[in-house]
Design a protein around this ligand. Structure first.
Ligand SMILES: C=C(OP(=O)(O)O)C(=O)O
Ligand SMILES: [Mg+2]
Length: 564
């Protein structure tokens, strides 16, 4: 059995690295690849210090005005950049959802909120009454926020935007960097305490790699980094203590961070990575073991932007990423357009219906806060309280398939019982959807795989959640990463049960969790009998190579050893 005792975050003493003054930090590698470059930390919201005695109220009022001007100018500059260099600022502002002009409009609307004369007047009045600039701004924003929240509807939803503006203005008044993604104008390694899915989705092309102090291997930050092909390391204790501008090397496979690199060494790392990616990318063709046993290589995508050539279809279209950071539910028409864009470009596409809740919060759904959200109303369970959401989505998927002349495949996340699978399948088939599947993410579903396959046409195993629920370990938890390791025999056994049920029913059973994109695990999964592996596009070449290097018998032997 492989060694599961992965080291937790640790530091290797100075002097241990390749250069004399080098220091190494260890985290968890969550997105393969190596990069090197100057690091920049993402500033978090500033902590408001205790009020400061004020001797010159007019000077505080002037700082208030300057802070709001600086925030407005920064947003307008970014809006202008979005119009002239769409991809970068568009992604930063909208998580890649919107068009360039829409991104610019969002930034301009925020700038208008920051230059609201009533906000300025209120903050200046408080400063002239004796508050220091930071507290005057904080209080004025709070008053504005309450007023908006009271108005309800769309305006209440904008109240959250005011918090972002407040953090920026207060940071300026305190002489701190403004929070949010940095935009230094040159390539850099982004270092943060943690990143939300929206932050990660909004990263511009100048980000070379990601390193976070917190986060687990199957957190959505890790998944999005992999989707972008960005080397990433999470759970790296101490990385936020390094000064901005330090040139660091990032190994997204081993999780090692190296500091004190010479420029030559950094250039070597970059060149080596480029050569390795070129070598792997030269491979092509469908997934096959050395003796020709087919294992389909499919893509995990969040939108049409993620599609890449070289795979045999899309095994997981995570539709919720289209809807991150929204203030309202996406309309039927919007959804049809988003699905049709993918259907037009890829052959078989498995659309996963909305997987909202817990680590993928979608505020527009208005789901109440829960004490234990991972065990609450998430995934298909949202349908219990908001059935219209699934109805509209299934209608849109069916319409997109009709409009593009393709066959729709859909699957539901977080299916737990056979009755849930049957209900979902019925609603999808009513709409003429050709193939209906269930994700296996809950041990109860794996145990009942055979019965599920009497209701649906295929199963897709979400190892990220299946590990979380099998080992009762939060997938975002950096301290529990060893439990979430997909090589754990209990998880492999559940996968084997599903694959066996698929063989008996003559129906496909794939894996679409992050385990499928790991070249060491892929042969093992093939040996357990899964029929497809769905992964971030960047993982496909290495998985293809790994499968091609072993016969099916060798894959089976590895699987038996790992389970045993
Ligand atoms: C593929 C999966 O779904 P997600 O990571 O989006 O929850 C999974 O849980 O393995
Ligand atoms: Mg899942």
């Amino acid at each position: 059995m492989p060694d599961l005792s992965r080291p937790g975050p640790r530091t290797v003493p100075p002097g241990a690295g390749p250069a004399g003054s080098a220091r190494r930090l260890a985290g968890l590698g969550v997105s393969q690849g190596r990069a090197a470059g100057p690091m920049i930390r993402m500033a978090g919201p500033p902590a408001l210090p205790a009020p400061r005695p004020v001797t010159d109220p007019a000077a505080e009022a002037a700082t208030v005005a300057k802070a709001l001007e600086a925030v407005t100018a920064d947003l307008n500059r970014r809006a202008a950049a979005a119009r002239s260099h769409p991809s970068e600022e568009q992604d930063r502002a909208t998580g890649g959802r919107a068009g360039a002009s829409e991104a610019a409009e969002i930034l301009e609307a925020l700038a208008m909120m920051a230059e609201d004369p009533m906000l300025l007047e209120e903050a200046e009045r408080r400063a002239l009454d004796g508050a220091d600039a930071a507290h005057a701004l904080d209080a004025a924003f709070a008053q504005h926020r309450d007023a908006l929240a009271e108005l309800g509807g769309y305006l209440a939803e904008r109240a959250a935007d005011l918090d972002d503006l407040k953090h920026r203005a207060v940071a300026f008044a305190l002489g701190l960097p403004m929070p949010g993604l940095p935009a230094p104008g040159h390539p850099y390694v982004l270092v943060a305490e943690d990143l939300s899915p929206a932050d990660t989705a909004g990263l511009g092309p100048d980000v070379l790699a990601l390193v976070t102090e917190r986060g687990g291997p199957t957190s959505h930050t890790a998944i999005l980094a992999r989707g972008r092909g960005l080397p990433a390391v999470v759970a790296c204790a101490g990385v936020m203590d390094l000064p901005d501008g330090t040139v660091i090397g990032v190994d997204g496979g081993t999780g090692e961070i190296t500091t004190g690199l010479t420029a030559e060494r950094a250039a070597e790392i970059v060149a080596g990575e480029r050569a390795e990616r070129a070598r792997l990318a030269a491979g092509s063709g469908p997934g096959r073991t050395a003796d020709g046993h087919p294992v389909k290589l499919l893509l995990n995508i969040g939108s049409a932007k993620d599609l890449r050539p070289g795979a045999e279809g899309v095994g997981l279209f995570r539709t919720e990423f289209l809807f991150l950071d929204r203030t309202g539910a996406p309309s039927f028409e919007e959804q049809v357009a988003a699905y049709a864009e993918v259907f037009e470009q890829a052959e078989t596409v498995i659309v996963r219906t909305l997987d909202a809740g817990t680590d993928k919060p979608l505020p527009f759904l208005g789901l109440p806060a829960e004490p234990n959200p991972a065990l609450g109303v998430r995934g298909l369970r949202v349908d219990r309280v908001l059935p219209d959401v699934l109805d509209t989505q299934l209608d849109a998927i069916a319409e997109a398939a009709r409009a593009t002349g393709t066959q729709a495949w859909v699957m539901a996340p977080m299916v737990t019982t056979v009755a849930e699978a049957a209900g979902f399948a019925g609603r999808a088939r009513e709409r003429g959807i050709a193939k209906v599947g269930a994700m296996v993410e809950v041990p109860a579903a794996a145990l009942r795989a055979g019965a599920l396959l009497r209701e649906v046409d295929f199963l897709s195993i979400g190892t990220n959640d299946l590990a979380q629920y099998t080992f009762a370990a939060d997938r975002q938890h950096s301290e529990l990463a060893d439990l979430l390791d997909p090589r754990q025999p209990a998880l492999l056994q559940l996968i084997g049960m599903c694959a066996r049920a698929g063989r008996e029913a003559g129906k496909p059973v794939g894996v679409c969790g992050e385990a499928a994109g790991d070249p060491l695990l892929a042969p093992l999964l093939a040996g357990l009998g899964v029929t497809s592996l769905s992964m971030a596009p960047v993982c496909v070449p290495a998985v293809r190579e790994a499968l091609a290097g072993l016969t099916l018998g060798e894959c089976r032997r590895r699987a038996e050893e790992a389970v045993g």
